[in-house]
Ligand binder design. Structure first.
Ligand SMILES: [Zn+2]
Length: 299
């Protein structure tokens, strides 16, 4: 089994003049969020002793650090970490940027005041909706709540253009993150706890917006049931049950954690980005800065 650092990156850049950006069409492999089959095949065929990464749709191979070999050999139990922005004061970077398209909110139930169809902080920067009509794209650029039927209609417009794992709920964002950035950014950037970007260049450019890419994460993993409050009963009218906030402290359900990716968005709380120790090792080895890792308990 290959243990690799899989950053699924997209190709968009944070532009200094977003208003001048025309919507771009991308090759099929980009718009579906998948890599070319030949690249995927080469990735799968990568020698066990090498570390394989797919970046920008291209396969990169490098020597596997000794520590990763030891971990992947099953010595010890995998550790998991929550990613947080490094609070050090010199990370002054601030993004004024947003994604191109959104799934809107849904008008709330008149009985319970909850929104049906769920909600998510998931972001899919590699999903390209520019093939839709300009009228539909305009509708998908607004997060304003709409009737449930209209939400479902828009969601089903997006579905064929999104990867199979995409969480298509209110608040899901698609397309390149575009806007401006000022201040000092680390190599890894978290504008908020649910958004992770990575610098394209190590070169420090204090006065210019650095070229950042946001990272398209799969959604996996559950809280351990022992840290959750009892579930609320569903509303008899809309069937939605009041959810719960992130338990404090929380534990992960070890059996729900994905073996095939080293960083993911937590399915039970889409505002949380979780990495395993293989990714943390790689970040430390590559001396990437800007985020800190809080160790979690997985049971
Ligand atoms: Zn209701």
């Amino acid at each position: 089994m290959k243990h690799v650092m899989v950053f699924v990156l997209h190709h968009a850049r944070v532009m200094r003049h977003s208003s001048s950006m025309a919507l771009r069409r991308t090759p099929e492999s980009e718009s579906t969020g998948r890599n070319a089959p030949s690249v995927e095949a080469a990735f799968q065929a990568a020698p066990e002793e090498l570390m394989a990464e797919i970046l920008e749709g291209e396969l990169h191979l490098g020597p596997r650090p000794a520590r990763l070999v030891r971990v992947s050999a099953g010595v010890g139990r995998m550790k998991y970490y929550e990613l947080e922005r490094d609070p050090s004061p010199h990370y002054t970077g601030n993004l004024n940027a947003k994604h191109t398209w959104w799934l809107p909110g849904v008008e709330s139930c008149p009985v319970c005041d909850l929104q049906p169809e769920g909600g998510t902080s998931a972001q899919y920067p590699r999903v390209d909706l520019s093939a839709l009509s300009s009228e539909e794209q305009k509708k998908l650029s607004s997060a304003w709540p709409v009737p449930r039927e209209e939400f479902i209609r828009r969601r089903e417009l997006v579905r064929p253009l999104a990867p199979p794992h995409a969480v298509l709920e209110s608040g899901a964002a698609f397309g390149p993150l575009q806007g401006t950035g000022v201040g000092y950014f680390g190599q890894l950037v978290m504008q908020n706890p649910w958004s992770l970007c990575m610098r394209l260049e190590a070169l420090e450019r204090i006065r210019n917006a650095p070229e950042l890419r946001d990272i398209q994460l799969e959604t996996h993993g559950r809280f351990h049931p022992d840290c959750l409050p009892p579930p609320n009963p569903p509303c008899p009218t809309c069937g939605v049950a009041m959810g719960h906030g992130v338990p404090d402290p929380y534990w992960l359900d070890a059996s729900s954690l994905p073996p095939h990716v080293d960083i993911f968005r937590l399915a039970d709380a889409s505002t949380l980005i979780i990495a395993n120790e293989r990714l943390v090792d790689a970040v430390h080895r590559l001396e990437l800065d800007g985020v800190v890792f809080k160790e979690l308990e997985a049971r």
